[in-house]
Design a protein around this ligand. Structure first.
Ligand SMILES: [Zn+2]
Ligand SMILES: [Zn+2]
Length: 277
């Protein structure tokens, strides 16, 4: 299996990541002989949405947006002979904030080459919001809020379906991020039910909408997960449906590029992204 790119990469514009500069990621990519990368910083959260994490550091600031775009465009020029650099975002799908998210994409979409749509935030039964991947402790609190692990899983997969179906305009990201992020703490907080049928429905919808999946190696290194997002059985179902699987390390530091890609079974056909036009 030859890996030509890493298509899920964070940057120093991320408040919960490292301070490694984009150029360090680029140099690392070149040292790995990559031909292409996509920077997918967490897009600024929708106007009016209050980040439920303790330090409110889930995403880049609106104030940094122009600089993020300019920096990548500058580096694209600088390295154009050596590396294809895509400007991207990891955009949150947040139930109830679709209008604001579409407004962001409508405004900035012309700058975007390639983007990911992810669900990290869930609306609770009392219409507040929680972040599902912040910490083991916080996940424990979310179980109390929802009443059971399975209620969280159900809400998560409902929210994923909304993300797939939602009209976010012509610049809607084509790729769904870490489809099974809800399993980040599954070794300590296992679900009782299985979600095979739900997953079949979701994959059918992804196929129908011509979307693709982030083949995300980060879960392999989470101590309560130890699996690729999505897990192997879902990967195999996606392959049968010809859903493109686009590799991403979800690196928040330059030395994380392509980390874990060597653990992808070599039966997985790796795809390049479908670029936004
Ligand atoms: Zn992050
Ligand atoms: Zn993410």
């Amino acid at each position: 299996m030859t890996v030509i790119g890493d298509y899920h990469i964070h940057t120093n514009f991320c408040p919960h990541g490292s301070n490694d500069l984009m150029e360090q990621y680029i140099k690392k990519a070149l040292s790995l002989n990559l031909k292409e990368i996509t920077f997918t910083e967490h897009a600024p959260l929708p106007v009016g949405f209050v980040d439920p994490t303790p330090n409110h550091d889930s995403a880049m600031s609106w104030n940094d947006l122009e600089e993020y775009i300019q920096t990548i465009n500058h580096l694209k020029q600088l390295y154009q002979k050596k590396l294809k650099i895509n400007l991207g975002f990891e955009v949150d799908y947040i139930e109830g904030y679709e209008k604001q998210t579409k407004a962001f994409l409508d405004q900035y979409g012309e700058h975007i080459d390639d983007a990911i749509l992810s669900v990290h935030m869930l609306q609770t039964p009392n219409k507040e919001y929680v972040c599902i991947d912040y910490s083991r402790e916080m996940f424990g609190n979310i179980i109390d809020t929802f009443g059971s692990v399975d209620s969280i899983y159900e809400k998560y997969y409902q929210t994923i379906e909304k993300a797939i179906q939602c009209n976010l305009g012509k610049y809607k990201p084509k790729r769904l991020g870490h489809l099974t992020l809800i399993e980040k703490f599954h070794l300590i907080y296992p679900a009782k039910n299985n979600y095979n049928e739900k997953m079949d429905e979701i994959l059918m919808q992804i196929e129908a909408k011509h979307m693709e999946l982030d083949l995300n190696s980060a879960g392999l290194f989470k101590e309560d997960c130890r699996e690729i997002y999505p897990n192997i059985s879902i990967i195999n179902k996606a392959i049968k449906r010809n859903i493109p699987l686009v590799p991403g390390s979800d690196s928040h530091a330059s030395n994380g590029l392509t980390k874990g890609f060597d653990q992808f079974p070599n039966t997985i056909p790796l795809s390049e992204p479908t670029y936004l036009d």
